[in-house]
Design a protein around this ligand. Structure first.
Ligand SMILES: *[C@@H]1O[C@H](CO)[C@@H](O)[C@H](O)[C@H]1NC(C)=O
Ligand SMILES: *[C@@H]1O[C@H](CO)[C@@H](O)[C@H](O)[C@H]1NC(C)=O
Ligand SMILES: *[C@@H]1O[C@H](CO)[C@@H](O)[C@H](O)[C@H]1NC(C)=O
Ligand SMILES: *[C@@H]1O[C@H](CO)[C@@H](O)[C@H](O)[C@H]1NC(C)=O
Ligand SMILES: *[C@@H]1O[C@H](CO)[C@@H](O)[C@H](O)[C@H]1NC(C)=O
Length: 784
């Protein structure tokens, strides 16, 4: 009887055990491991329910905490902490943590999100030999992705988002042949993407956004399973990536892509989301993309797409969002995009569409810009040419310096002028506004740079002899001395042919041969642009004993008409620039900046621009007189930059390189601000205060706006034009460099302001001052 009782108790127990299904009894060592993890993580609130008696395998899973067991082992562990987590305390050791974690050897899925983990990810994480999914987002891990991970052959998903991993995307990724999802967004990784990426045949999702990756995207056309490619906010480009056609999401936003859209994109039949915004894409926008069968989101804003749109274009009915803003599109807004057609969002401002609303440019603007689009200096030829010239100069310097230089000067002059006429060619995209075919770019024609040079009216860049300079300045007589800045003395000279030049004299601190300076000279020789005080030539003065360089003279064109400040906020009333002239001057400065950034290689950034360094020539053309030449920086003591943004040292290197173009945009904003308010600005506080005032005036009425700006321009400016300039000025002055507009954006807005001002003047012209007489040489050439 007792025996029977005993049996039935056992059976009840057995039934009970069966009834709770697959409940597993965890190995006690693994339970200890979990408790140890709890301790290493400093007992987070998330794990507060864990104690010695917890039956880990049989607790109710929650969205933030889940343990899954199979046959007495943990196979899945999900721990998701608080979003606003801070790093774990100093005594946390990522190494001990991972060492403990890998004692759960059968783990297949591991999620450690927002736990405050910090430190370099230890390579021993690879001891998880059967790990399939790893998600360690939103922690504070840094350093390189450890190579040991390449041995986890079963890994299918690797998500390291929102940490601070650095270094390149490793070549060894191709060893992870099962990888289907790779996501590294919001880290600090850089360098170019490895070609091996193209061999990850199982890859479905590739997200590399918000890093500092640069260079061309490798050929991904063999990734036939790829559905999501998100490269937002890197420095990738210029070519459109080569991809297979199964893509569902393609995001190239905020990179440096500057090609056209290849025809294949029209075959992406599964494409739902296409975001190409804020690149430098050019060429025709194929309207057929609007009718791709799956498309719901299309953003091409902030590029230089051209082409004519027609009323009768068709769009996919599912389309929810379309942003065509800030391109060079002409024609009319397709009927299917009219905002009232359903509740889709359609944006198209700052094109040249015949809509009469949303801030369109006149047709001529898009046509002219389209002609300018795609101008790529043909650098190779140019380089060879300058090398030939340089070779001559080097020989001159080494053999005996000054005397010989003057002897071969004539020869150089001949070679030089010949070269400049033929050496550089530019690619011009013709008929961009009407072209539709994708052949468009290949049909582009070459025209000679010589015409451009001719327009500048400058003699070819050349080497000068010291005698020539002595003669031009009457042996550097004090009467020809203009001023002394941090970068040497400045003299005014008159050459034999009567032309005036400004000569900057740099005393060299270290002894170097001329050869050491040649790469600088090569850069300087390219500094020729309508809106720069252009370089005309150079001259080396060498010590006779060892032929090392004692002084370098840089010869610039002489710009006679004072600084921009002298015509805005310091001059006599009669000399002050009108609103139209001010916009023109601002456009000139912006074009000068654009040239410094993109017109020469390497670009010249962080120029510490000041309004006193903007000079005006006899036709009131604005020219930037001081730029960030490495030659000057290397040899001269640097002088504090006042309140300019380029002095802000707290930015990390990465940020600085990434937004290197935006320092100049800030400085430009300060100049524009002075142009608007008409009085000298002397501190950053003053700038900030005025910026806030202007900000407030934007939403106020016309009268309030006028009160904030220079009374001298009240009468002669149209409200729309004023408002446009105020808006762009404020954006240039934004704190975060990433938020500041590109120089192209600045230019478009200023040109828009100039056009509406023109139209307004045409209609209401009344009492605008006559242009300032061009014949008042005010010698105020200030080089700093
Ligand atoms: C859990 O058990 C260990 C020893 O096995 C003991 O040191 C610890 O105090 C116990 N913790 C709790 C919360 O009971
Ligand atoms: C990683 O895990 C977090 C938390 O569950 C989740 O929000 C995120 O979407 C995961 N990442 C990916 C790419 O699945
Ligand atoms: C990320 O790492 C870089 C280089 O190690 C460092 O300069 C930067 O401050 C880090 N960023 C964050 C958000 O920790
Ligand atoms: C990548 O970043 C590191 C610093 O984190 C830097 O030393 C390296 O030069 C960068 N490489 C490239 C190609 O930008
Ligand atoms: C759309 O209109 C343009 C000109 O108005 C015409 O050339 C074109 O054939 C039309 N296309 C369709 C599909 O009707």
């Amino acid at each position: 009887m007792a025996k029977a009782m005993c049996y039935s108790a056992l059976i009840v127990l057995l039934i009970f055990w069966l009834s709770i299904g697959h409940s597993e009894q965890l190995q006690s060592s693994q339970a200890q491991t979990l408790l140890r993890i709890q301790r290493l993580l400093n007992f987070p609130a998330l794990l507060s329910s864990w104690n010695n008696n917890t039956d880990f395998c049989n607790t109710e899973p929650t969205p933030s905490l889940t343990v899954v067991c199979y046959e007495e082992s943990i196979t899945q562990l999900h721990m998701i902490g608080d979003k606003n987590v801070t790093p774990l305390p100093h005594d946390f050791s990522i190494d001990s943590f991972v060492t403990t974690l890998v004692k759960l050897p059968n783990l297949k899925v591991l999620t450690l999100v927002s736990l405050g983990l910090w430190g370099p990810l230890p390579g021993k994480i690879a001891r998880f030999s059967s790990l399939e999914i790893l998600n360690i987002s939103s922690n504070f891990l840094y350093g390189a992705i450890p190579q040991e991970i390449s041995t986890i052959k079963s890994l299918q998903t690797m998500i390291l988002d929102d940490n601070n991993f650095t270094g390149r995307l490793p070549e060894w990724l191709s060893a992870l042949s099962a990888l289907a999802v790779l996501s590294l967004k919001k880290n600090s990784m850089n360098g170019s993407l490895p070609n091996s990426l193209g061999s990850l045949e199982n890859l479905r999702i590739l997200v590399l956004s918000n890093n500092h990756f640069s260079g061309e995207v490798p050929d991904l056309s063999s990734l036939t399973n790829l559905q999501v490619l998100d490269l937002e906010d890197n420095i990738l480009g210029p070519q459109f990536p080569q991809l297979a056609n199964k893509l569902v999401v393609l995001v190239l936003r905020k990179n440096r892509f500057s090609s056209g859209i290849p025809a294949e994109v029209g075959s992406y039949y599964q494409l739902q989301r296409l975001d190409l915004s804020f690149n430098r894409f050019v060429g025709p926008f194929p309207p057929s993309l609007l009718s791709l069968p799956s498309i719901t989101y299309m953003n091409i804003a902030g590029n230089r797409f051209t082409g004519k749109l027609f009323d009768n274009l068709s769009c996919n009915v599912e389309l929810e969002f379309v942003d065509l803003s800030s391109n060079l599109l002409t024609g009319s807004l397709p009927n299917c995009l009219h905002p009232d057609s359903n509740d889709r969002v359609v944006l198209y401002a700052r094109n040249c569409l015949a809509t009469g609303d949303q801030n369109q440019h006149p047709f001529s603007f898009c046509r002219n810009e389209a002609l300018a689009v795609g101008i790529i200096p043909h650098r190779k030829k140019r380089k060879q040419a300058s090398k030939a010239v340089l070779a001559f100069s080097i020989i001159g310097g080494i053999v005996g310096g000054i005397a010989l230089v003057s002897l071969i000067f004539l020869l150089i002059k001949r070679v030089n002028s010949k070269k400049t006429r033929t050496s550089t060619t530019r690619l011009i995209a013709q008929n961009a506004s009407t072209g539709y075919s994708s052949k468009f770019l290949s049909d582009a024609r070459y025209i000679s740079q010589a015409m451009k040079m001719g327009n500048l009216g400058l003699p070819a860049y050349r080497a000068f002899s010291l005698e020539e300079l002595e003669e031009a300045t009457n042996n550097f007589d004090t009467s020809t001395f203009i001023g002394e800045g941090s970068h040497g003395q400045m003299y005014r000279g008159q050459l034999k042919d009567g032309s005036l030049v400004a000569i900057r004299c740099l005393k060299m601190k270290k002894s170097h041969s001329t050869q050491n300076f040649m790469h600088h000279i090569e850069l300087i020789s390219k500094l020729r642009h309508r809106h720069l005080v252009s370089a005309l030539g150079h001259c080396f003065e060498c010590y006779l004993d060892d032929s090392s360089v004692s002084r370098i003279f840089l010869i610039f064109e002489y710009v006679p008409n004072g600084t921009l400040r002298s015509r805005i906020s310091e001059g006599h009333r009669r000399q002050e620039l009108t609103w139209t002239q001010r916009i023109a001057a601002a456009i000139g400065v912006a074009k000068g900046i654009q040239f410094l950034h993109t017109g020469i290689v390497p670009g010249v950034f962080s120029n510490n621009l000041k309004i006193t360094d903007i000079l005006l020539d006899q036709n009131l053309v604005a020219k930037i007189s001081s730029y960030n030449l490495p030659l000057l920086a290397e040899n001269m003591a640097k002088v504090g930059s006042g309140f300019s943004s380029s002095g802000s040292k707290e930015l990390s290197i990465n940020v600085r390189v990434k937004h290197e173009d935006k320092n100049d945009i800030y400085d430009f904003g300060v100049i524009l601000l002075e142009v608007l308010v008409g009085r000298p600005l002397n501190s950053r506080n003053e700038v900030d205060a005025l910026k806030n005032q202007l900000q407030a005036s934007i939403t106020a009425d016309d009268a309030a706006r006028r009160r904030t700006v220079d009374p001298a321009i009240h009468k002669g400016c149209s409200d729309e034009s004023l408002k446009t300039v105020i808006e762009i000025c404020i954006r240039c002055l934004l704190k975060d460099p990433a938020d500041r507009p590109s120089v192209e954006d600045v230019l478009w807005n200023l040109q828009f302001a100039a056009q509406v001002q023109d139209a307004w003047r045409g209609d209401y012209q009344s009492s605008e001052g006559s242009p300032v007489s061009p014949s008042q040489p005010r010698l105020q050439l200030i080089f700093k």
